[in-house]
Design a protein around this ligand. Structure first.
Ligand code: ZN
Length: 475
């Protein structure tokens, strides 16, 4: 018997508080030791065998805590179109990008309960290759009554759509008020898809009347002020209820300003942004293949991109998640005739780390420590996964990702593991590349190949998000 199942040797271990050369010892799926002095000395043996059964040489590499992608949409159907990834292929893609935990969504069927939908989602996720949890989607006022029961099943965070009325997904202000009150009593966390439905509908209708339904008008149909207005309304409701709020996929400087103002009034409000809002502006929608860049909220202006990077660096935005929702190119291409027909959503779970390293760290817009915070430590704390997840220290799950920080490569869809047949990041000149992903002590990705197992991921019943008060807002 060895002392460690695996030792990751001599890498630069990145945590929220700094980076240092260290060995990481893994035993029984957990981190057993992190030592700057080295865990393996020449000629050293434990009582009855070598110190480590396996050694991974991480010299010159960075070792991050595994990413928590707290926003994926595996196996989602929009109208007559299904996303390209189910829980199996989607979690493979995630794992190959250094993600070791995902949080997806459970959306009730029309007239059904969230609890019934959860049972179905758990079946769908049985072949997941990494651990997973679910946010509950609340739509009808009656769903508020399910909140305590769902929390008991480990669904401790919730999403309410402030848009998509026509698709039957929108939660009215009454549901939002009820959900916030239920969360205050029961300890859950309420999050919003913040786009004001009426403003989006009005802008879309005006463009349609003018015959402006080509992709270059896509972003104008969902204006920045619609995001700000929805954030303002949700923040005021959270203040009234006396509880915290989470804003999913923040895309604008205006929305961030609204969050800043709410914080000055004393509200605890957390914000997530996504790799695509940090990479592209709405100018790409004017390309002949602009439909490939359709997602909601839409891509914005350069000033928004810059504000999101600043917000991430300064601690005003707490998490980065992918909103992974790839639709087949053939379906996206319907947008070439009219954006009214384009399924909104893009893939990205495999490229969160690549984008943050290439567009953030390599360009001096994000520190390594802050990267670890927004991709791992913060989502773990916000969503009730700390301290098993979100850190690389003794007792934590051995979820980690080893990165070659100097590797330069160009993103092509063929190199990705998603079942999606295209990627908006095609052609991106990347700096930094995942070489190994380990989930609960098992190597699941190594040197370009997925080597994990279907069903190795387990459902994570999450703790209440009571730790929100402890989430560090400052880098
Ligand atoms: Zn989403």
């Amino acid at each position: 018997m060895s002392l460690y199942d695996v030792v990751i040797r001599d890498g630069t271990v990145v945590s929220t508080s700094g980076s240092r050369r260290a060995d990481v010892g893994v035993r029984n799926g957990r981190v057993a030791a992190v030592s700057a002095d080295g865990l393996i000395k020449p000629g050293q043996f434990s009582v009855d065998g070598p110190v480590a059964a396996d050694v991974i040489d991480a010299r010159g590499k960075l070792v991050f805590p595994g990413l928590i992608d707290a926003h994926t949409h595996f196996g989602l159907t929009s109208g007559d179109t299904a996303t390209s990834d189910d829980f199996h292929s989607g979690t493979i893609a995630a794992a190959c990008g250094g993600v070791t935990t995902v949080i997806d969504f459970v959306t009730p069927a029309p007239g059904g309960t969230v609890a019934a939908a959860l049972a179905e989602r758990l079946r769908e996720a049985s072949r997941a290759v990494i651990d997973y949890g679910f946010h509950g989607v609340l739509i009808e006022p009656a769903a508020v009554g399910e909140v305590p029961g769902l929390i008991g099943q480990g669904v401790t965070s919730f999403k309410l759509y402030m848009a998509y009325k026509a698709r039957g997904l929108m939660a009215g202000d009454g549901t939002l008020a009820g959900a916030l009150e239920a969360a205050r009593r029961s300890g859950g966390l309420i999050g919003v898809h913040a786009e004001d439905n009426e403003m989006v509908d009005a802008a879309t209708a005006a463009l349609a009347r003018a015959g402006h339904t080509a992709m270059p008008f896509f972003a104008a149909a969902r204006p920045a002020q619609a995001e700000r207005a929805a954030i303002a309304r949700a923040c005021r409701q959270a203040e009234q209820a006396g509880t915290a709020l989470h804003v999913f996929h923040l895309s604008t400087a205006a929305g961030l300003e609204e969050i800043r103002e709410a914080r000055l009034r004393g509200l605890l409000v957390w914000a997530e942004t996504c790799p695509h809002y940090l990479t592209f502006t709405d100018e790409v929608c004017a390309r002949p293949d602009g439909y490939r860049f359709a997602m909601n909220p839409p891509l914005r202006k350069q000033a928004d991109v810059d504000a999101l990077w600043d917000g991430l660096a300064e601690g005003e935005i707490q998490t980065v998640a992918s909103d992974h929702c790839p639709f087949p190119l053939a379906a996206k291409a319907r947008g070439a005739a009219s954006f009214l027909d384009v399924p909104a959503g893009v893939g990205g779970t495999e490229l969160i780390l690549t984008v943050l390293l290439s567009e953030g760290v390599a360009k001096g817009r994000l520190s390594l420590e802050r990267l670890a915070q927004v991709t791992s430590a913060n989502p773990a704390a916000l969503f009730g996964l700390y301290a098993e997840k979100g850190r690389l220290g003794p007792g934590a799950d051995a979820d980690l990702v080893i990165v070659d920080p100097d590797a330069e490569w160009t993103v092509t869809p063929g190199e990705l593991h998603s079942q999606g047949d295209h990627t908006p990041y095609e052609g991106l000149k990347a700096r930094g590349r995942v070489v190994v992903t380990m989930a609960k002590g098992q190597v699941v990705y190594r040197d370009g190949a997925f080597v994990g197992e279907a069903g190795a991921g387990h459902y994570l019943p999450r703790a209440k998000a009571r730790e929100v008060h402890q989430v560090q807002s400052a880098g």
